[in-house]
Design a protein around this ligand. Sequence first.
Ligand code: HEC
Length: 256
Amino acid sequence: MQRGKGMKFVGDSRIKAEGKMPNVPKDYSEYPGKTEAFWPNFLLKEWMIGAIFLIGYLIITVAHPSPLERQADPTDTMYIPVPDWYFLFMYQLLKYEFASGPYNVIGAIVIPGLAIGALMLVPFMDTSKERRPFKRPLPTAFMLLAFAAIFYLTYESVANHDWEKAKAQGAIVEEVQFDKESEAYQLYTGAPGASCIGCHGDAFQGGLGPSLVNTGLTSEEIIDIVHNGLNDMPGGQWKGTEEELQVLADFLENLK
Ligand code: HEC
């Protein structure tokens, strides 16, 4: 029996199936040396390469753990989520006025839809047999345009994102032990403090404002910040007496 007789040929678009029904594969034995059996030769090779990649990914994941942030908090509306790097260009697109707010549909559906729709139409519109990019100016131009747009948008989103702030908002803050019955905590959460908790959290863990644990500030500096504010923190929020503020400031100074 001839070698390979009866085995089925894996379709290769470069070999013409003359005279035959287009969808019926030719017998493997008619292409000695040009192709190989799907099972087991071809699959075995695929699996071996697949295994190498799988092990590679495993090693990378173990050696480089995912950078985790603090536990997700559904009540925290100040948290600004950011997609992974490969979606940053779409994230950036949604920031432009023509593609956001009332025009969100344009940025979220119309533009990506047109791009993906065009990509699906390519095989029907670009039927040229030519392979050299320079001989196919239109498809090449569109591809370069797409590359340039994706590259530019990705770059813009990285350059415009406040990575420091993102790191702070996601930071895992060690929980501190403190006495919830203490006078200072009652002042902080009660009427005198009232507003503090909204920005600094019910356990001083931060939120809109930074964590109040381990600030390294003295009680005088803390009192000054509460009275006069600091950058984004408005002053004049304290509704209690000076003596009460002193109690809270002393407590915060020692909150480590
Ligand atoms: C509107 C939100 C908001 C409120 C309300 C608020 N803070 Fe702040 N707080 C901030 C922000 C934002 C900062 C960071 C300012 C900076 O460093 O730029 C801050 C900083 C601080 C700091 C300095 C922390 C550091 O490490 O530098 C202290 C102490 C502080 N706040 C205490 C309080 C207390 C006490 C109250 C309640 C009377 C309060 N804050 C109310 C937003 C707020």
